[in-house]
Ligand binder design. Structure first.
Ligand SMILES: Nc1ncnc2c1ncn2[C@@H]1O[C@H](COP(=O)(O)OP(=O)(O)OP(=O)(O)O)[C@@H](O)[C@H]1O
Length: 341
């Protein structure tokens, strides 16, 4: 659906050249929600603007739905852009127009006749959950409602791709969740391909299927969200994953745990997918006659399944402790022994 091939974008500034996007390759499938995460200045906005032709690459190419966006211009680009729409952090609504008039705006530009326009606006208002607010002005709406108008407007011309530029960064956590649920729902109902940029890992965890991590213009890691959460490679990815697990906290508490549980073995178990749903601890207790203390744990959901960690103290016959560890490995549960007694 979207192919980014060896794309570099260099800006000429008064202090010299600045490489905002550096040899990026991405392949985004039709119907997926693809997240791009990075800290401020990583090059995310530039990359997303390359996807709809608002920026041209210095080298490389961007192909969306078979069309080479990076090389077309004028009317051809304008038409292509109707199929690649965008929502923004600060909504970019027209303040003197009502909800219905904002949503109708792209339809007017596309030359859709009045009657058809009104019908479509009505459908879109229902779709994004704004029934009854058609005649309200943006200033009368909450942040979440404003973003719903932004989403309805972006969907007006039946796009194939929706680009989201920090779409929930100005919203509180609960409103963020409701907007993420709406995006996920639209993705499933309409089969719409969504590319979002964010600096918040919980946005990636909650709705993305795959993720690319950007640092200094480069994609340093990309893959299935569950795999990246389970096994982050780059240092920056590990930091992002820490945002949504409490491993930082658990690191601090490990010393305390070691002091207080000196016998047996302290083991961190890493569960993924359906292993999180099995009664493993009770099985180990029965099978290997162990005492097991659960000291710390968390489980998180991603679109592709759940993952979690558990820090346990395994106490009992040392041979049986070893057997239990072997058993865990055979059940596809990663184990890390924190210390030996
Ligand atoms: N039009 C431009 N001219 C010059 N430099 C630019 C331009 N646009 C972006 N940059 C620079 O390119 C780099 C990447 O910026 P970009 O906005 O893409 O990053 P970002 O990851 O989206 O960060 P943020 O979330 O802060 O916008 C930054 O150093 C920025 O200053």
């Amino acid at each position: 659906m979207i192919e980014v091939k060896n794309v570099t974008k260099i800006f000429k500034t008064k202090n010299g050249e600045l490489t905002a996007v550096d040899h990026v390759n991405l392949s985004i499938q039709k119907g997926e929600i693809f997240g791009i995460i990075g800290y401020s200045g990583a090059g995310k906005s530039t990359l997303i603007r390359l996807l709809n032709g608002l920026e041209k690459p210095t080298s490389g190419s961007v192909i969306v739905n078979g069309l080479e966006i990076s090389s077309i211009k004028g009317k051809e680009l304008r038409l292509a852009r109707q199929k690649i729409s965008m929502i923004f952090q600060h909504f970019n609504l027209l303040w003197s127009r009502t909800v219905a008039e904002n949503i109708a705006f792209p339809l007017e530009i596309a030359g859709v006749p009045k009657e058809e326009r009104e019908k479509r606006v009505h459908e879109l208002i229902e779709l994004v959950g704004l029934s009854g607010r058609a005649d309200a002005y943006p200033s009368q709406l909450s942040g979440g409602q404003k973003q719903r108008v932004g989403i309805a407007r972006a969907l007006a011309n039946n796009p194939e791709v929706l680009l989201c530029d920090e779409a929930t960064s100005a919203l509180d956590p609960e409103t963020t969740d409701s907007i993420l649920r709406l995006l996920s729902d639209i993705n499933q109902r309409l089969g719409l391909t969504i590319v979002l940029i964010t600096h918040e890992m919980h946005v990636i965890r909650k709705i993305c299927h795959r993720v690319a991590v950007m640092e200094a213009g480069r994609v340093v890691e990309q893959g299935d969200v569950l795999e990246v959460f389970q096994n982050p490679q780059a240092e920056i990815t590990k930091n992002f994953v820490m945002q949504v697990s409490d491993s930082r906290e658990s690191k601090e508490s490990i010393e305390h745990i070691l002091k207080n549980y000196p016998s047996g073995k302290l083991v961190k178990l890493i569960f993924v997918g359906n292993t999180t749903e099995r009664p493993i601890i009770s099985y180990l207790i029965k099978e290997f006659q162990l005492d097991i203390n659960i000291l710390h744990g968390n489980i998180s959901q991603t679109v592709n399944g759940s993952y979690g960690t558990l820090i346990v103290q395994l106490d009992g016959d040392s041979e049986n402790v070893e057997k239990a560890l072997e058993k865990l490995k055979s059940m596809n549960i990663k184990t890390e022994v924190i210390t030996n007694d």
